[in-house]
Design a protein around this ligand. Structure first.
Ligand SMILES: NC(=O)c1ccc[n+]([C@@H]2O[C@H](COP(=O)([O-])OP(=O)(O)OC[C@H]3O[C@@H](n4cnc5c(N)ncnc54)[C@H](OP(=O)(O)O)[C@@H]3O)[C@@H](O)[C@H]2O)c1
Length: 336
């Protein structure tokens, strides 16, 4: 009989998650087989769960933020090897990390930071890849050339905002204006390096006018794009660029950006793995950069809370917290 792994999965969107066992898969090609030591949760987990509208025979394993040890490497691997401690987000079209073991393509993973606990590392990959791609691939911010320009990061205290503030400050050397609606989230954003924190539950345009802040050259919206599109169009500086992360449910008047020659672009961090683009190794490179910045102490882990081991109860609690919309930084769980 093959060796078994443990996993937690969903058969329907309105059903509780269940624990089950299945054969441990074999690592082939570019795949690594990982024994998981810690994971983190993301809003996308709850969105994928919500999309399971007809009962699945095999439960869907969610979760796309993990750290663990490589125990088997496919025959085409060249970047990482057996025994390496790695961190990764992986590929949304494959089974996730609410499990004891997982396969991941080595081009999407990198060696985990040396100085962090597993749960501190697990907090980083998905949000860091998102923030890095948003800043440097989509908004096309060039460190050195763009020093001193201004970015507005809407929703600064969440998983993505928390690392975006740090990368915008430390790597891009921008002036960082962000938003938070509570004293504890405002304080969190300032601790991560934000220069100014506005309140997104009040009028953003009015706050810009009252405080006499320069118009942002870049805007990264880590919240509902529809809620902020009009304000972002009004606020963006001439020749500026806006990046959205959250699906729209409406249509936009792109003419609002025309006279300023401003642009809008989407970031979806699963684009490269999902379409198997030629530059999939970008995730390996981004995570290497993140590990180095963490080990050098230039940025800090965004972990805020560890809920305990990966169990159906703790996963359900983590989803409840994510759905509250009030998460600060990241929530992690440790191995089953
Ligand atoms: N496209 C992609 O590749 C990608 C990748 C990652 C995430 N996302 C999406 O981006 C969104 C943010 O992800 P996340 O991981 O950062 O989420 P998160 O950690 O759950 O974000 C929580 C934060 O959002 C803030 N917030 C709540 N409502 C807000 C509002 N109306 N306006 C501004 N901020 C608000 C809260 O701040 P206060 O408590 O101060 O209000 C809270 O600290 C999610 O919808 C997620 O699915 C997309």
């Amino acid at each position: 009989m093959s060796e078994q792994m443990k996993a937690i999965g969903y058969q329907m969107n309105d059903a509780a998650p269940t624990s089950f066992e299945q054969d441990i898969p074999t690592a082939k090609g570019h795949d690594l087989l990982v024994k998981i030591s810690a994971i983190a949760v993301n809003p996308v987990d709850t969105k994928v769960k919500a999309s399971i509208t007809s009962r699945l025979e095999t439960p869907r394993i969610l979760g796309w933020d993990a750290v663990g040890t490589v125990i088997e490497a496919g025959e085409k691997t060249t970047l990482l090897n057996t025994g390496d401690k790695i961190f990764y987000a992986g590929d949304i079209s494959r089974p996730g990390c609410y499990a004891s073991h997982q396969l991941v393509d080595e081009r999407l993973a990198a060696k985990a930071p040396l100085i962090l606990k597993p749960e501190q590392s697990a907090a980083m990959p998905l949000a860091s890849i998102t923030a890095w791609e948003a800043l440097f691939s989509r908004l096309k911010i060039f460190p050195q050339y763009d020093d001193g320009k201004t970015i507005l990061i809407i929703g600064g205290a969440g998983g993505v905002g928390s690392i975006a503030i740090q990368l915008a400050k430390v790597v891009a050397k921008l002036n960082v204006v962000t938003t938070a609606s509570r004293p504890e989230t405002e304080q969190w954003c300032r601790r991560l390096g934000a220069d100014q924190v506005l309140n997104h539950s009040a009028d953003l345009i009015g706050q810009y006018r009252t405080l006499n802040i320069d118009k942002p050259d870049y805007i990264l919206c880590c919240a509902d794009t529809d809620q902020y599109f009009d304000a972002m169009s009004a606020l963006i500086a001439p020749e500026g660029m806006i990046c959205g992360l959250v699906n729209s449910k409406t249509t936009y008047d792109m003419n609002a950006l025309k006279t300023k020659s401003a642009g809008f672009i989407w970031e979806f961090m699963f684009t490269r793995p999902m379409f198997k683009t030629n530059n999939m190794t970008a995730h390996h490179n981004i995570l290497n950069n993140i590990a180095e910045l963490l080990d050098e102490g230039k940025i800090i882990s965004t972990l805020k809370e560890t809920l305990g081991p990966i169990t159906p109860e703790n996963i359900t609690q983590a989803h409840r917290q994510l759905l509250s919309g009030k998460t600060i930084g990241k929530i992690a769980l440790i191995s089953m």
